[in-house]
Design a protein around this ligand. Structure first.
Ligand code: BTN
Length: 253
C-alpha cells in the first residue's frame, strides 16, 4: 500500500505550486481534519484566491443536500474561494479544470455529467459543489484517490485513481489540480464550452430532471455556458440552472 505524504509537507508543497504556477490563487490553508472544507472556508471568512484543503474531511456535502463520504486518508477535499460569477460559467470552468487534471494523471479522456460529475466509464471519480453569495464563490472539489473499496450502495457508482490503475498521492493530485483551476478560470467562455462538449455525456440524451417546482422530461440540446442546460421539452426550449437542477435519469436515444 502506498504511504501518504505526511500532512506536515502539504503546505510547503502547495505553496510552492501556487507561487510558481498560479497568479490568482494566493494562499493555501491545510487543515488536519475538518467537517467540510466549504464550512471551514466560511468560518475563516475565506478571501478570493484562498485554497482550503484538509488531510481528512469527515462530513462533506454534495450538491442538493447530498452527503460526500468521509475522505479518511484516501480522498482529496479542497475548496477554492473566488469572486462570485453570475450565470453558469463557473460550474463549467471547474468541471473542465478537474477533468483536465484527472486526464493528465490517467492518460485518458474522462467524461463530464452536467454540471459537475467527473466520470470514468460511468463511475464517479470526482464531484464539485459550488456555493455563491454576493461577495464570494466557494467551489468545493472532492476527488477519489486511493480508495480500494466502497460501501455497497456506491460500488457501481464510484471509482478512485487507484482502482483505475493510477498510483498517485493525494498531494500530487492537488499539485496537478491547482494550476488546472487557474487555467480554466482564466479561459474564454467559448473555449470552456467546447472543452465541455468534448466530454459531455448528456447532450442528445432523453432525460428527466428534478427542479424545485417539479420534474421535467426532455431531450438535452446543449450546454450553454451562461444559461445552463438547454432542454427541448415538447415544443419549447427551456434552460435549467445547475444550482437547482438534479438529473433523475437519462438514456441515449
Ligand atoms: C457532488 O458530487 O455532489 C459534489 C461533491 C463535493 C464534495 C466536495 S469535498 C470538498 C468540498 N467540501 C464539501 O463539504 N463538499 C465539497
Amino acid at each position: 500500500m502506498m504511504i501518504d505524504v505526511p500532512l506536515e509537507k502539504w503546505a510547503d508543497r502547495l505553496e510552492s505550486v501556487i507561487s510558481s504556477k498560479c497568479r490568482d490563487l494566493k494562499r493555501v490553508f491545510v487543515l488536519r481534519e475538518t467537517d467540510s472544507t466549504q464550512d471551514a472556508a466560511k468560518r475563516m471568512d475565506a478571501q478570493p484566491g484562498d485554497v482550503i484543503t484538509t488531510f481528512r474531511q469527515t462530513a462533506g456535502r454534495g450538491r442538493l443536500g447530498r452527503d460526500w463520504m468521509d475522505t479518511e486518508e484516501y480522498g482529496v477535499a479542497v475548496t477554492i474561494a473566488t469572486l462570485p460569477c453570475p450565470g453558469e460559467l463557473l460550474a463549467l470552468q471547474y468541471a473542465i479544470a478537474v477533468a483536465r487534471s484527472a486526464e493528465s494523471i490517467l492518460n485518458q479522456q474522462v467524461q463530464i455529467k452536467w454540471p459537475n460529475d467527473i466520470l470514468v466509464d460511468g463511475r464517479k471519480l470526482a464531484g464539485i459543489l459550488i456555493e455563491q453569495s454576493s461577495t464570494r464563490a466557494l467551489a468545493g472539489i472532492g476527488i477519489n484517490v486511493s480508495q480500494t473499496s466502497w460501501p455497497d450502495e456506491l460500488v457501481d457508482q464510484a471509482v478512485s485513481f487507484s482502482q483505475l490503475g493510477a498510483s498517485v498521492d493525494r498531494i500530487e493530485v492537488l499539485e496537478t489540480l491547482l494550476p488546472s483551476i487557474e487555467r480554466a478560470l482564466t479561459a474564454d467562455a467559448e473555449v470552456i464550452a467546447l472543452e465541455f462538449e468534448k466530454r459531455d455525456v448528456l447532450t442528445g440524451s432523453n432525460a428527466t430532471f428534478k427542479r424545485p417546482n417539479g420534474t421535467i422530461q426532455g431531450k438535452v440540446v446543449r450546454i450553454d455556458p451562461l444559461k445552463g442546460l438547454v432542454v427541448n421539452s415538447g415544443s419549447k426550449e427551456i434552460f435549467l440552472p445547475a444550482a437547482t437542477t438534479s438529473i433523475v435519469s437519462h438514456s441515449a436515444e
